[in-house]
Design a protein around this ligand. Structure first.
Ligand SMILES: Nc1nc2c(ncn2[C@@H]2O[C@H](COP(=O)(O)OP(=O)(O)OP(=O)(O)O)[C@@H](O)[C@H]2O)c(=O)[nH]1
Ligand SMILES: C[S@@+](CC[C@H](N)C(=O)[O-])C[C@H]1O[C@@H](n2cnc3c(N)ncnc32)[C@H](O)[C@@H]1O
Ligand code: SF4
Ligand code: SF4
Length: 326
């Protein structure tokens, strides 16, 4: 069956599949007041996830990242990993987590087939970590990162949102850490969401200054692989770790867009900042619906826009990134 492709010729090999909106952290840039359910949420079941994955795999998806909210809060998280890993077309299976459950479960998830893990660590200063995430869990998360390295994951990446006035003095500590630790450290530019422009204006910091500093200090740009995420990656002979910069406000950021998203309630989002999600759930009920589901995916892809509209301050339906998995 034919590869998913949009009207601009971009091909989509990478699916970010959210499995819950629930989160136990209160990151100030994401869910500052914590998660509040609206009614009784009904997130995708294992059967629905299996049908979703089978359909996307049939039209060229080769990498799946399980996201949330906090995906590992689902009691059946390991079962989700196992069922996605059982699809032999999915070559790369990853998750993005706040690391809260990592220390206890890294080995179990690895054994179930998870191979890459991205952990959010916004500061290496425990007090600042608490201030940003609303949770005093710095040591727990760092022990989780160690557990992931020990469990043998192919890639362990750290995500840190750049925040002016909060963690913007942390670069030397981060550099010290990756000198002898083989992780990929990624700085993400804060993106505006429904949280409002005040927070964004107060804390947005462009990644360009860090890029200039890295290049001046001998870091070298690495060409991305086709199914890589949007980070610009840099390596240095004196460091075991690498650095990635995710700069969504940079020119041409969307030109290489290779990913689609499905929300925890089964809506397709053509972009992180689309105006609306497209319901897929009615076609996730039996395997026999796969053909119809694929037709809907192909048809919807023709509506994908060239780029986000963040420069105009348009954040679409995305109130916060926990609602779609970032
Ligand atoms: N604007 C925008 N931001 C993105 C996109 N993909 C990832 N990001 C941002 O980068 C953050 C970190 O992404 P991850 O979940 O670690 O995934 P990734 O960067 O695709 O990771 P790799 O697959 O490891 O390269 C996301 O939560 C978003 O904030 C994208 O397509 N558009
Ligand atoms: C929405 S979270 C979901 C997964 C998990 N709960 C976690 O925090 O890793 C995914 C990523 O989005 C990032 N993120 C959330 N809101 C953001 C924003 N407004 N701008 C940039 N990145 C954001 C987080 O730092 C995290 O790395
Ligand atoms: S960034 Fe992740 S951990 Fe933080 S509030 Fe959002 S979903 Fe939760
Ligand atoms: S902002 Fe939208 S179009 Fe741009 S890279 Fe992200 S998902 Fe793709």
């Amino acid at each position: 069956m034919s590869q998913l492709q949009d009207g601009l010729g971009r091909k989509f090999h990478y699916l970010r599949m959210s499995v819950t909106d629930v989160c136990n952290f209160k990151c100030s840039y994401c869910l500052p007041d914590g998660y509040h359910p609206q009614g009784k949420p009904k997130f995708l079941s294992l059967d629905e996830i299996e049908h979703l994955v089978a359909a996307f795999a049939a039209v060229g998806t080769r990498k799946i990242r399980i996201t949330g909210g906090e995906p590992t809060l689902r009691r059946d998280f390991t079962d989700i990993v196992r069922l996605v890993a059982a699809n032999d077309k999915i070559g790369t299976l990853a998750t993005t987590t706040n690391g809260y459950r990592l220390e206890q479960n890294a080995r179990e998830w690895y054994d179930a087939g998870l191979r890459r893990i991205n952990v959010s660590v916004d500061s290496l200063d425990p007090r600042m970590f608490y201030r940003i995430t609303g949770e005093n869990k710095f040591d727990t998360v760092m022990r989780g990162v160690d557990a992931a390295l020990e469990a043998g994951f192919e890639r362990v990446k750290i995500n840190s949102v750049l925040l002016k006035g909060l963690n913007d003095k942390d670069l030397p500590r981060f550099l010290h850490w990756i000198k002898h630790t083989p992780i990929d450290l990624r700085f993400i530019e804060l993106m505006e969401t429904g949280l409002g422009r005040d927070y964004f204006n107060a804390h947005h910091l462009a990644g360009g200054a860090i890029k200039a500093r890295l290049l001046a200090e001998g870091w070298q740009y690495q060409t991305p692989a086709p199914d890589d995420g949007p980070a610009q990656n840099f390596s240095h002979p004196d460091y075991q770790g690498r650095i990635g910069l995710i700069m969504p406000y940079a020119k041409n950021f969307c030109a290489s867009c290779n990913r689609l998203r499905v929300s925890a309630k089964g809506k397709l989002h053509l972009c992180l900042f689309t105006e609306a999600g497209i319901d897929l759930r009615d076609l996730l009920q039996t395997r026999a619906q796969q053909g119809e589901l694929i037709e809907r995916l192909h048809a919807q892809l023709q509506h994908k826009q060239a780029t986000h509209m963040l420069h105009q301050g348009l954040t679409g339906v995305t109130q916060h990134l926990a609602s779609i998995g970032g």
